[in-house]
Design a protein around this ligand. Structure first.
Ligand SMILES: C[S@@+](CC[C@H](N)C(=O)[O-])C[C@H]1O[C@@H](n2cnc3c(N)ncnc32)[C@H](O)[C@@H]1O
Length: 230
């Protein structure tokens, strides 16, 4: 999965497009630096200390898009500190607006490749991980860009606590098939589904995003919940 550098191949598309509104620009310039997760392994050795209020769990959302799921989960789960990762500047700006409007103190942002953050985290620190509707890269020659790859699952297995939960969702059949095979072949993740409704019904605490409601894929969304084996 590496190219000539030691960075993994890009798993995302555009990182910017339209100009930001003046408010969004101000939030990116002033609030983002206050909320950015420091890329410093010494600081990250105690990740819960990065949150203003006391939190008892550490969650990670990878590629949050417009951030609707992050902000709703943060509000519903004040016990969780959430590291939220997105490279698309308009998505970051939307999430910053929600954080500001809702007065959330339990979200910290990472505006680079989420895989770099995972590599900086200490072992066994995460209680929950969300990878919801990741870029589908539907063309076969682009499948290598999909974020679910064995080396990334190695990295996630290292930072998840035994018993930690990971939720993956997609509405693209070939990605659903490939991701499931990759997770099950990896060996560190137990798939929680016992019957079809467990993967074809959205989990009770799921929050739909604008992206999800566009139904851009070729199947109804599937939700795979895994637990990091002990
Ligand atoms: C298809 S969108 C879905 C967004 C959101 N999860 C949702 O359900 O609405 C996938 C997002 O993942 C982001 N992304 C892809 N690879 C990433 C990476 N390695 N690190 C951080 N974000 C990434 C993309 O920028 C994009 O905004």
């Amino acid at each position: 999965m590496s190219d000539m550098t030691d960075k993994p191949i890009r798993s995302f598309g555009r990182t910017g497009g339209r100009p930001l509104s003046p408010r969004q620009r101000k939030l990116v310039d002033e609030l983002l630096p206050q909320l950015r997760v420091p890329p410093d392994t010494a600081v990250l050795a105690a990740p819960l200390d990065l949150f203003e209020d006391k939190v008892s769990e550490l969650w990670l959302e990878i590629g949050f898009g417009g951030g609707e799921h992050v902000s709703a989960q943060a509000k519903a789960n004040p016990q969780a500190g959430i590291f939220a990762s997105e490279v698309f500047i308009e998505g970051l700006a939307k999430c910053l607006s929600d954080i500001d409007d809702m007065g959330l103190s339990n979200v910290r942002l990472w505006d680079e490749d989420a895989r770099e953050l995972v590599d900086l985290l200490p072992g066994h620190c995460l209680d929950r991980v969300f990878i919801l509707f990741p870029d589908p890269w539907p063309k076969k020659r682009h499948h290598k860009r999909r974020i679910i790859q064995p080396p990334f699952l190695d990295a996630l297995a290292r930072v998840m606590k035994p018993g930690a939960q990971l939720r993956f969702a997609t509405d693209v059949r070939s990605y659903a098939d490939e991701a499931l095979v990759t997770f099950l072949a990896h060996g560190a993740f137990d798939w929680q589904a016992r019957r079809a409704d467990d993967w074809r019904t959205p989990p009770a605490d799921h929050v739909r995003t604008r992206y999800e409601t566009k139904n851009l894929g070729d199947i109804a969304p599937v939700f795979f919940n895994f637990v990091r084996k002990t």
